[in-house]
Ligand binder design. Structure first.
Ligand SMILES: Cc1cc2nc3c(=O)[nH]c(=O)nc-3n(C[C@H](O)[C@H](O)[C@H](O)COP(=O)(O)OP(=O)(O)OC[C@H]3O[C@@H](n4cnc5c(N)ncnc54)[C@H](O)[C@@H]3O)c2cc1C
Length: 427
């Protein structure tokens, strides 16, 4: 076939359903919209645009879901990356409620897409947040109360240490918050299913088609090594894999790497004794641990991150200690898959969505909370392109600052900041 990269080896690629080979772009094309990037953001934007009757080309440098979308933890949390008390303090109650509704709408979109297109992505309900520090005691009760009273969201319950440990066998949990309407999914299969739906709606998808430059003209000319697309609108959806394609947005996000492992099958009873259900779990650490069981009773576990270009040589060895800290009872269990992925964070961890010029839109920087936010961002970009920008305007109004030092010097400052929080996690 083409010079396309293979998918990275991971539990998700080993259990992928519906990988299709889309062609490499060769020659010239015309389109209403050219979407760059084939993860949640790009595929969601393309699908929503095609459903509005627009002629869309999607260019993916590698494979659909090759980036963070096909590698992530699969935990679809409720709300934004910021908790509601933080958004209330920063933006007031009304705006905070609006942002909460956006996140709920992102979650609902996922459910609707999975139903409508029959996407086999093992969608499950529920998420438990395990409190790891005495200083956070009481946080779960407060969250559950505020969400029920001010956000019409009665689906969170505060759990005592005993209740939390009855669901997740980790002594590190001092309390818990259980959200029965959060979701988990197989992220690669979700992305592949959305892409299939987009293709069936008329989106012309090209893989192995890295965009090397695009003009700032109207219409824009988007170029790959072997072809070009002339389009009235461009949607940049490259997130942590953007590289130097667009310096105007690169300086407001920083790519960071996260790592995951999957154990050998534990057997049904051992898996159930570890986590009593198919819900997702994460803790309250700054460098968060996140995990869940697979359909075949493995533990899928994410933990550890780094802030440089490469991944650790032995990812399994890097992540395993994080798993054993929470679950020392797994010390005899083999790790069968290990992989890493790159996401992007903003300085304040709010998503960065906007418009660089009248015909160029972008979304990035979901800061580890990307499944519902990216799905939603793709949808509101489609709304804005087709002339209804009210929801897009709220997102693009969020304050996102450039990293001190820009793209060259953002790393040293970031590493120091991360070290500070990692140490705080431990005390
Ligand atoms: C290990 C890990 C665990 C995570 N866990 C969770 C989680 O549990 N829950 C959660 O909500 N979020 C999680 N995230 C974050 C989430 O995965 C991302 O926020 C989300 O996938 C971003 O989607 P995206 O489409 O914007 O970017 P991506 O999925 O990264 O897609 C960008 C795409 O753009 C392509 N591209 C880049 N440059 C070009 C170019 N020049 N031309 C053409 N194509 C290009 C790339 O190849 C890539 O496929 C995690 C991330 C990682 C890495």
């Amino acid at each position: 076939m083409s010079e396309m990269a293979a998918y990275p080896q991971s539990f998700y690629t080993a259990t992928a359903v519906g990988i299709r080979d889309y062609p490499v772009l060769e020659g010239q094309r015309q389109a209403d919209v050219c979407v760059i990037g084939g993860g949640f953001t790009g595929v969601s934007a393309a699908l929503n645009l095609a459903e509005q009757g627009l002629d869309v080309v999607l260019l993916e440098a590698e494979r659909i879901g090759f980036g963070a979308s096909g590698r992530c933890g699969g935990l679809v949390g409720s709300g934004q990356r910021w908790e509601v008390l933080e958004t209330e303090k920063a933006f007031g109650l009304e705006r905070s409620k609006e942002l909460w509704k956006f996140a709920e709408s992102g979650k609902q979109d996922i459910r609707d897409r999975v139903d409508k297109h029959g996407i086999p992505c093992d969608l499950q309900r529920g998420q438990l947040v395990g409190v790891h520090k005495k200083r956070y005691l009481g946080w779960a009760r407060e969250q559950a109360d505020v969400l029920a009273e001010r956000y019409e969201y009665p689906f969170c319950a505060a759990l005592s240490a005993e209740e939390a440990r009855a669901r997740v066998a980790s002594d590190t949990f001092l309390e818990g918050l259980f959200d029965s309407e959060a979701l988990t999914l197989h992220p690669l299969n979700y992305t592949l299913g959305l892409a299939r739906a987009a293709a069936e709606s008329g989106v012309r998808i090209y893989e192995g088609s890295r965009v090397v430059r695009y003009s700032r003209s109207d219409p824009a000319v988007v170029e790959t090594d072997k072809g070009a697309v002339t389009a009235s609108f461009v949607v940049l959806a490259c997130n942590g894999y953007l590289g130097d394609l667009e310096p105007r947005v690169a300086s407001r996000m920083m790519p960071i790497n996260n790592f995951m492992i999957t154990t050998e099958p534990l057997g049904e009873s051992r898996a159930k004794a570890l986590i009593n259900g198919r819900f997702g779990v994460h803790d309250t650490r700054f460098v968060v641990n996140y995990f869940r069981l697979s359909e075949d009773h493995r533990l899928i576990f994410g933990g550890g991150e780094n802030y440089r270009a490469g991944f650790p040589r032995d990812i399994a060895r890097f992540v395993r200690p994080y798993m054993l800290k929470l679950f020392p009872q797994l010390k005899d269990v083999a790790v069968e898959y290990a992989w890493g992925g790159t996401l992007s964070v903003t300085v304040n961890r709010l998503p960065h969505v906007g418009r660089l010029q009248p015909n160029v839109f972008f979304a990035q920087g979901y800061s580890g909370h990307g499944i519902s936010t990216a799905t939603f961002a793709g949808k509101v970009i489609a709304e804005a392109v087709t002339g209804t920008a009210s929801r897009f305007d709220v997102l693009s109004d969020l304050p996102i600052h450039t990293f001190p030092g820009g793209t060259l010097l953002r790393y040293p400052g970031m590493v120091l900041g991360m070290l500070y929080y990692t140490i705080k996690d431990r005390i």
